[in-house]
Design a protein around this ligand. Structure first.
Ligand code: GLN
Length: 333
């Protein structure tokens, strides 16, 4: 057989293999931008739920905002909708503070001094502390998140804030600011969180001054981010601790695993079980309307849409991430 015949046979085999739908699908790269566009169109027109209002400044945010951003572990950024609009990070900050506390104190200290079991109760539940005999809480609900702040290094408020904000900035790969109206609004309405911090102090489960750590916690919740920032920040978790864009290593890959585990069991508070069941991605929500989700070794995704369900999770963000995870075949289970 001549060389030419070999070439023709090879080409024929290629055509046959590629024409087979199974092989064709496997060899195709998913069109991520098309998936984001579809998710946006699909959920744009219905906007159920309501803005958080226990922090008055959050009730004033325009509830029509809808932005979706996705960052792959090779550093590509995809966006759709209102991705340049700043909003307060709120509880999503808890995963980044937990990450710093873990890097500084080690994962065993997080387990011993805070705890990592899901409470199954609301994010600001006092009952959760009372019901648990060890007063073990979880770093992704208010009690554990404030305890995590109290564990951080820093001789005073200024020092603690300076290291925490520079930690956030490294994840965002830019300098983030604090939304002062949100900070003032939450500071004036902070009785419940103060009560939680005092209660933990009474059980020796708070590791510093209440005023100082409450102020730092409230400030971290008021950091202004866009959906794009959040996707960039969460991409560090998707990429095992190395920033896909700045290429800096921020965390050990072991610590990333711990953070993702807590996100899986408690990232959407009392609805985390249903989220894992239906979507299957480690995620974290905030009452500002943001949600981040992580597909390990592949991508991070963040959505901003201010209207929330009863548990305090953005409804459209859950819908959009659910759709994207399904289309990109990302369920980790
Ligand atoms: N700053 C808010 C609070 O402490 C954060 C709550 C949230 O986003 N679930 O109540």
């Amino acid at each position: 057989m001549k060389f030419n015949h070999y070439v023709i046979i090879c080409l024929q085999v290629c055509v046959l293999v590629c024409a087979n739908p199974v092989w064709a699908k496997a060899s195709q790269q998913p069109d991520i931008q098309a998936v984001l566009d579809e998710a946006y169109l699909k959920f744009k027109s219905q906007n159920p739920g309501k803005n958080a209002d226990y922090i008055p400044a959050l009730a004033e945010v325009d509830s029509r905002f809808f932005g979706i951003a996705l960052v792959t572990t090779d550093g590509k950024v995809y966006t759709k909708g209102d991705v340049s609009q700043e909003f307060s990070i709120q509880s999503i900050s808890k995963v980044f503070t937990l990450s710093l506390a873990m890097e500084q104190k080690g994962p065993q200290n997080i387990l011993d001094k805070i705890g990592v079991n899901a409470t199954g109760l609301a994010f600001n539940s006092v009952t959760a502390i009372e019901l648990n005999e060890d007063r073990s809480i979880n770093p992704l609900v208010n009690a554990g998140a404030m305890a995590a702040v109290s564990l951080l290094d820093g001789k005073d408020q200024k020092a603690k804030w300076s290291s925490l904000s520079s930690w956030y900035n490294q994840f965002a790969n830019r300098n983030l600011g604090v939304l002062d109206n949100v900070y003032q609004s939450e500071s004036k309405n902070n009785g419940h969180n103060r009560a939680i911090a005092e209660l933990l102090t009474s059980y020796n489960r708070f590791y510093g001054d209440v005023d100082l750590n409450l102020a730092v916690y409230t400030r971290q919740c008021s950091v202004g981010v866009t959906a794009k920032d959040l996707a960039v920040m969460a991409s560090v978790f998707a990429n095992n601790g190395t920033h896909p864009i700045s290429k800096q290593r921020l965390m050990t890959s072991d610590n990333v695993k711990h953070v993702l585990a807590v996100m899986t069991t408690a990232g959407l508070y009392e609805n985390s079980g249903e989220w894992a069941y239906q979507v299957g991605l480690p995620a974290k929500s905030g009452v500002g309307g943001g949600i981040i989700a992580v597909s390990p070794d592949r991508f991070s995704v963040a959505v901003f849409s201010p209207r929330l369900d009863e548990a305090g999770n953005s409804i459209r963000a859950q819908q959009a991430i659910g759709y994207i995870a399904e289309e990109l075949n990302a369920n980790i289970f």
